[in-house]
Write a protein that binds this ligand. Sequence first.
Ligand SMILES: [Fe+2]
Ligand SMILES: [Fe+2]
Length: 468
Amino acid sequence: MLKIAMVADLHHFSETLHDGGKAYHLRESSDQKCLAESGAIIDAAFNQIAESDCDVVLIAGDMSNDGEVVSHEEVRAKMQKLAEKKKVFVIYSTHDWCCDGNARRYKGDEVIRDVKTMSVTDLREFYKDYGENQAYDIFVNNIGAASYAVKLDGVRFIGLNDDYSGTGKAGYTDGHFEWILKHVRDAKASGEAVIIMEHHLIMAGISTLINGGQMIGNHEERVKALAEAGADIVVVGHSHMQRNTQFTAENGNVLTQINLGALCGHPGAIMYLTVDENEFRTNIEKVKKFTYNGNEYTNEYMTEHTKNVLMGILRSAVDNKEEFLERVNSIDQHFNLDEKYYKPVRMLVKYLLKLTVGRAGRLVNFLTFGKGVSRKAVKQIKNDNLVEHIMDIYLSVFDGSAKHYATDDPVYIIVRDVASLPVRVSRVLKIKALRKEKIQRIFAQIQEIAEELTNPSEPDNQHMVLKR
Ligand SMILES: [Fe+2]
Ligand SMILES: [Fe+2]
């Protein structure tokens, strides 16, 4: 039996890179990640793991927020302490070498872009002890990053760098992939379980509409080949959305992808994966509490932070034009919302915040000649605040907790009806553009997302039992 702990997307942001001023505050208030608290959260998670009965710890990349040398140095020091008690394996990925050239520090009102970052080859050297130095075989890809294969107790573990496919997307060249398949087949021939760790997704967790850009290139072919060769589990991070997804190959082999939510923000996930002769079992534990600036916080703090990202933008839209524009424009460096849009956005948001399910339902039905959403379902929860229901679903995108709404639950019925509106409307309206295959596929994907978020498919995202 082998017990594995796993964390993903630590996004550590060194405290030396900000002074808690306005520029930093804007940055963190528009991001799901708790950046200032990242060091404290990692400490708490590593302590929790060190005290657990696991044998091995996997860290699935994005250790630093944007490749900052100082953030990496601090993370590795924490790792070294953990490695005194457990075997630690890491992979590094795009945010570890600042692929978008966006490393920043914050001083007062200023955003300064002079932060020293690590290159891929720096990373290989820097994290060698937590990967290739424990391996029996390595593969160095075209950008100089190392993938490695390790033999653990009854388990073959393959840690991959998936940052180079040669096509501009994440993934693998054919040569790299052949190397992976060789180790999978070899492990299967000797009866071992095969666990692979990569950073990007190999299957869409919620829907290709959401996860499409987060996946490795050529994923359809890759997932098929890996499943056929007998790989059991692929653990990934990157999306910050917790989801378990399966693919069954023609020969009957099932490959399960475990996409773990982020450590640095809601849900603060720690996964335990137990492997024994008969089955794989997972259990998501979450960081219970952490100490930042002398104060103790529970996991709820991360959830509140994530809620505030959405609510903060909505609230500022209503009562603070300057803050609203700053918040929205700080989400992405290339984004710049013109202030002429503020007034209509304010009106819309003000209306939305007060909207009850009853009023929203009546509005939708008015616009669709009474055919939009089930009147009975709307009536049952007519006084509920609409935003609160949206918030529940929004949080579940990150933590995979997706409540299994019963199919007669009014929330399920309303979400289902709303998601099917584009398809239904496009059937009634004789507009050619809406009938195009590509548009119809997007409409179908919207329904797929709604279904996945209110009535998620198996396996369970938190506690999964897989027969071997
Ligand atoms: Fe990430
Ligand atoms: Fe990532």
